[in-house]
Design a protein around this ligand. Structure first.
Ligand code: AMP
Length: 116
């Protein structure tokens, strides 16, 4: 049986359309197809890593890159002053639905806690 291609890998390799707002040789960021706030951007490593549980030795710099891009995009989206949230869902109980590590950058409205 053939394995489903990873939708985020397809976006990263320009095989599926998305609104890409940032890309370099390590990281790609694009707008979430079902935004939950005025700003909702997904920030992913270009390398396929299924989840935070699958990090390998040497991936630390990549994680640092994801957070740096998140901060850069928050500046670009003008949500630094009002505040924003970074979310990293992991596994079924964490609400992860796409098996390619990604940060959600959400902002532009007041958030609540605890999340659902
Ligand atoms: P998570 O539930 O944390 O795995 O988040 C996956 C996110 O990917 C959800 O917020 C989806 O709306 C989003 N998503 C799924 N497919 C696409 C796509 N083709 N383009 C953009 N965002 C997507």
């Amino acid at each position: 049986m053939s394995k489903q291609p990873c939708i985020f890998c397809q976006i990263i390799h320009n095989e599926v359309n998305a609104i890409i707002v940032y890309q370099d040789d390590r990281v790609t960021a694009f707008r979430d197809i079902h935004p939950v706030s005025p700003t909702h951007i997904l920030i992913t490593p270009n390398k396929h890593i299924e989840s935070l549980n699958m990090l390998a030795a040497g991936d630390e710099v990549l994680i640092q890159n994801l957070f740096s891009v998140a901060r850069e995009l928050a500046l670009q989206e003008k949500i630094v002053g009002s505040g924003f949230r970074l979310v990293l869902n992991t596994g079924p109980d964490g609400g992860q639905s796409v098996a390619h590590l990604h940060l959600h950058l959400i902002g532009g409205r007041r958030m609540h806690w605890p999340p659902g």
